[in-house]
Design a protein around this ligand. Structure first.
Ligand code: F6P
Length: 527
């Protein structure tokens, strides 16, 4: 099928995206309205044939079978022999979910209710500031969602400390009152060096101010023993099973800071949104399935057309952390070079994901997107309505800018049009020609646009679940295990060995010349 897709891409190369709109129905035929959102992928080089071939590719890859295996608790994370069931965390009113012989739902509900009790207690009490200490999946999800849902945040202020760079925790704690600050130590493993270092620093911060640790710490972890060793009482530890991957964990205990901020009801609305997307993903046929189509557009742009990156461009300032969140979700999941059976991948792995909110990005990197030599497929997203009714004119401008960018990327500007502009500006002859060439936009650059009604908790739940399932579908098609992350191990091991070299307790002889030189340069400032 890959050869067939490449053949279709080559045969369609002579037709521009704009020319494809000669068919009046293209916009409707190449978009999907589901779960209250509109996903428009008509401004891509896809036609009916290539879309059908991609759907066939998904079928051949067994996407539906894999999907059902995931939702029914089969150990699809085969290198770690784990089920993948973050969907159970949002299965609010669904049936049982069985792993091994046991239904996991009673424990999911019990943990959720315990979280809600604590969240209510915190929201009623004297805590003014909550500091979530975690990294990767134990940080990016709640940090992204806290910002996204600011209009709903009526609880204590939340802060997120992740980096082992002491600047992060120092800047966060400055100005906080130790008597009204609560620390949430979020770590699936409870061994992550950054998180444990920051948690110890938080403890020392309280000690220095002679404030008792009692009631000041909560732990979110799969490793209850380690949390207990750390002295956090059992009723303040919220566990989750190994079938919740770190980057898929914000739906459960890792979402506690978000729940404290927005309240249990709004958090449930977030879960409901995720569940609605699950229902759509499991029920809709592949060709009318939003996560599947989003994945297929991604596969088309990346593995078929060879565009190595994709830009996520939310025209929603409160989604400023979404690109960072998606970087982990997509790149930690599908950045792999071997197939499930350990053989080399036959196609490229998942793309490089990056982005920034619009309109800011327009004044920074869009220049390259419009006129650079490489094509960057873009994923725009925008809400029909903002949360600032008094500033509706801002939102109109925001939407106009978002739509203008996708239109500009598709249409471009020809040399002839550029010459006319330059002539109107008074340029003549050779200078006109020279100036005009700088004003040409190649156009024919693909983008998709997701429009959602408003960034409510429920809608955010839908968007996050949409992207989770997109990653799943791409992984299934590429025959990748999207749920392990062995690629992060080597750096961690080397860092452990390097620390004593940085402090001077160990020599650097065994290291390569570059590493030795870098350590020695740093050490010169210490001695
Ligand atoms: O560095 C990789 C990673 O294992 C991520 O997958 C995970 O989200 C993050 O570290 C944090 O891990 P933990 O929650 O166990 O502290």
């Amino acid at each position: 099928m890959w050869d067939e897709l490449k053949r279709l891409a080559a045969s369609g190369a002579g037709t521009t995206i704009a020319e494809r709109f000669d068919n009046d129905n293209r916009a409707a035929e190449f978009s999907l309205n589901a779960a209250g959102m509109l996903f428009d992928y008509s401004k891509t080089a896809l036609d009916e044939q290539s879309r059908a071939a991609l759907v066939q590719l998904a079928k051949d890859a067994g996407v539906e079978t894999h999907r059902d295996a995931m939702f029914t608790g089969k150990p699809i994370n085969a290198t770690e022999e784990r089920a993948v069931l973050h969907t159970a965390l949002r299965n609010l009113d669904g049936g049982p979910v069985v792993v091994g012989d046991a239904d996991v739902m009673p424990e999911v509900h019990e943990t959720l209710e315990r979280m809600e009790d604590l969240a209510r207690e915190i929201r009623r009490g004297e805590v003014t500031d909550v500091v979530n200490i975690g990294i990767g999946g134990s940080d990016l999800g709640p940090a992204m969602a806290y910002l996204a849902l600011k209009p709903y945040a009526d609880g204590p202020r939340c802060h997120f400390v992740s980096n082992v760079d002491g600047a992060d925790i120092a800047d966060t704690l400055r100005g906080l009152d130790p008597k009204t600050t609560l620390f949430i130590v979020a770590s699936k493993t409870f061994t992550t060096i950054e998180t444990m270092t920051n948690a110890r620093t938080a403890r020392a911060w309280l000690d220095d101010r002679r404030v008792s640790h009692e009631g000041r710490f909560v732990a979110l972890s799969s490793n209850k023993e380690k949390a207990a060793e750390w002295g956090i009482p059992e009723n303040r530890v919220f566990g989750f099973a190994d079938w919740v991957g770190g980057r898929y964990s914000m739906w459960g205990p890792i979402g506690l800071s978000l729940m404290v901020a927005i309240g249990p009801e709004a958090f449930r609305a977030f879960l409901r949104g995720g569940q609605e997307m699950d229902r759509h993903f499991t029920a809709a046929p592949l060709h009318q399935n939003m996560p599947v189509l989003l994945a297929l557009v991604g596969i088309w742009n990346n593995q078929v057309l060879g565009h190595a990156t994709r830009a996520v461009l939310p025209y929603d300032n409160r989604l400023a952390r979404l690109p960072a969140y998606l970087q982990q979700l997509e790149m930690e999941s599908n950045g792999k070079s071997v197939a499930m059976d350990g053989s080399p991948l036959q196609v490229d792995s998942g793309p490089i994901v990056w982005g920034e909110p619009g309109t800011n990005g327009q004044h920074a990197f869009y220049q390259l997107i419009h006129q650079g030599t490489r094509v960057v497929p873009c994923e725009f997203m925008v809400a029909a309505e903002g949360h600032e009714p008094d500033l509706a004119h801002h939102h109109d401008l925001l939407i106009a800018n978002c739509l203008a960018q996708s239109e500009a990327l598709m249409r471009g500007r020809t040399l002839e049009e550029a010459r006319e502009i330059c002539a109107r500006q008074g340029f003549e002859r050779d200078e006109l020609e020279r100036q005009a060439r700088h004003r040409v936009f190649p156009g024919d650059r693909p983008s998709t646009t997701l429009v959602y009604p408003q960034l409510t908790p429920e809608v955010l739940g839908k968007i996050v679940a949409l992207y989770e399932h997109r990653v799943f579908v791409e992984g299934a098609i590429l025959d990748i295990n999207s749920f392990d992350q062995w690629g992060v191990e080597l750096g961690k091991e080397l860092a452990k060995a390097l620390e004593p070299m940085v402090t001077g307790e160990a020599g650097t002889d065994e290291k390569d010349g570059s590493t030795r030189q870098l350590v020695e340069f740093v050490r010169r400032f210490r001695d």
